[in-house]
Write a protein that binds this ligand. Structure first.
Ligand code: GLN
Length: 452
């Protein structure tokens, strides 16, 4: 009912699934009545980004090309959520194929930021962040390739975590850039995302890149003291930042110091190359992954009698402008004569960026940065300027390229009206999610920033 009333303004959902939700709720009710043990997410209302497959439900990737595509199976993350008792309410809006930073690239409609309906919720998982911020779900799943969980979490004032690459199975996540794609949760508190992450993480034989590293009980260590934790602050992430973001993040760092963390200035020298590197690698992978939408195997098909016309028209009519831009860019950087200059070079730079982090983590436990250089911007403000849109990812793409885990937690609000949420990003070494969640939780508890 709440979705029916309030989502007319926010537009976080592309579709809801009341039958599936009520069936699961009845199952949980029966377990309660029978006194059976309940799963860790029993009865928790959950939204799922529409790039994640849900059996029997439409899974569109917010693209016209998949407008009528019904998934034949559940993603492993969804299967695990439901096994833990979660109640899936529906599928959330996003940028088409998760390409974007504002949810304005959705092939259907943009989602609005619940804190100010004239502004974007961030992206690409804007619907999943907005659903949680507007209390239209308790938790949600998003996907993060270059910041699509952390950045919308920051802009909507909620918590979002991307685990280590391989921490959560990608089986059933529609591929955008396979070496960068992750599934991860949004919630109103660090504890909520810790619980969801634990439920969905772990080795999955259906995804050969999922890691066989044991999953810790993240909630068990949340309340450990922050005394002595070494927090790195990279100088490269504080230049060219809006003053209000900088002030809030600085206050956040001061709070961590007050909690007993030692603050260590560090340098991540290859940060400047991250956006260029990311947009070469992700478009290269996207151009390959999206070749499968040919009008034959999936979704939309343009009714042309001649085969090549059919391919061309299907893709021309089915894909939006940003998706086409990336397919062209990705094809270009992979083409003979350009491969060495662009794609191969970007792969080398990726290694240097990862090495920056590994060296930094010799000296510190976590790294703290702003999540986004700016707070939620106005709908329409950046949508015609792809480069401006790409720059919104400046602080998030580095962790994606390095494969390390990252979380965004609320760390205050801007001064003007409306007071917009500001997010702080924390990063840790591969598979140190427990440490990340512990620091984020200690920070949240001391600052009281979370929207209750
Ligand atoms: N905004 C970035 C992009 O457009 C990241 C998207 C994502 O993480 N899925 O590629």
């Amino acid at each position: 009912e709440r979705i029916a009333q309030q989502d007319q303004q926010v537009r976080a959902y592309l579709g809801v699934c009341p039958e599936r939700a009520l069936a699961q709720a009845r199952k949980i009710d029966r377990q309660v009545a029978a006194g059976e043990p309940l799963g860790p997410l029993a009865g928790v209302p959950t939204a799922v980004k529409d790039v994640i497959l849900t059996r029997g439900l439409r899974t569109t990737c917010a693209s016209r090309i998949l407008e009528n595509y019904v998934a034949p199976y559940d993603a492993t993350a969804v299967e695990r959520l439901e096994a833990a008792g979660a109640v899936v309410l529906g599928k959330t809006n996003c940028d088409e194929f998760a390409m974007g930073s504002s949810t304005e690239n959705s092939g259907f409609f943009p989602t609005c930021n619940p804190h100010d309906l004239s502004r974007v919720p961030g992206g690409s998982s804007g619907g999943s962040a907005a659903a949680v911020a507007a209390n239209l779900a308790t938790v949600s799943l998003g996907s993060d390739t270059g910041g699509s969980i952390r950045q919308p979490a920051a802009l909507c004032g909620v918590v979002g975590i991307m685990g280590t690459y391989g921490r959560v199975s990608r089986f059933g996540l529609v591929a955008f850039a396979s070496s960068l794609d992750h599934i991860g949760p949004f919630g109103r508190t660090v504890r909520d995302v810790a619980r969801v992450l634990r439920a969905i993480a772990g080795r999955d034989p259906k995804d050969s890149t999922s890691a066989a590293v044991p999953v810790a009980d993240y909630e068990a260590t949340l309340d450990q003291s922050l005394r002595g934790v070494k927090v790195g602050v990279p100088s490269e992430y504080f230049a060219g930042l809006s003053a209000e973001i900088g002030d809030n993040v600085q206050k956040g760092i001061d709070l961590l110091a007050k909690l007993g963390c030692s603050i260590v200035p560090i340098s991540l020298p290859h940060t400047d190359y991250a956006i260029a590197c990311y947009y070469i690698i992700c478009t290269a992978e996207a151009s390959s992954n999206l070749a499968r939408y040919d009008g034959v195997r999936y979704g939309f098909r343009s009714p042309e009698p001649e085969l090549h016309d059919m391919y061309r028209k299907t893709r021309d009519q089915g894909f939006g402008a940003e998706v086409k831009r990336r397919i062209m860019l990705g094809t270009h950087v992979l083409s003979s004569g350009y491969y060495d200059a662009y794609y191969l070079k970007a792969q080398k730079v990726r290694t240097l960026i990862a090495r920056d982090f590994l060296e930094a983590f010799e000296a510190v436990d976590v790294i703290v940065t702003p999540t986004s250089p700016i707070p939620a911007f106005k709908l329409g403000e950046r949508v015609d300027d792809p480069l401006q849109m790409y720059l919104a990812d400046i602080y998030t793409v580095t962790a994606s390229l390095a494969g390390i885990p990252g979380i965004s937690v609320p760390c205050g609000r801007t001064k003007g009206e409306p007071r917009l949420p500001v997010g702080m990003q924390m990063l840790a070494k591969h598979f140190r999610e427990a440490r990340l969640l512990q620091v984020a939780h200690g920070f949240e508890k001391a600052g009281g920033f979370a929207i209750a």
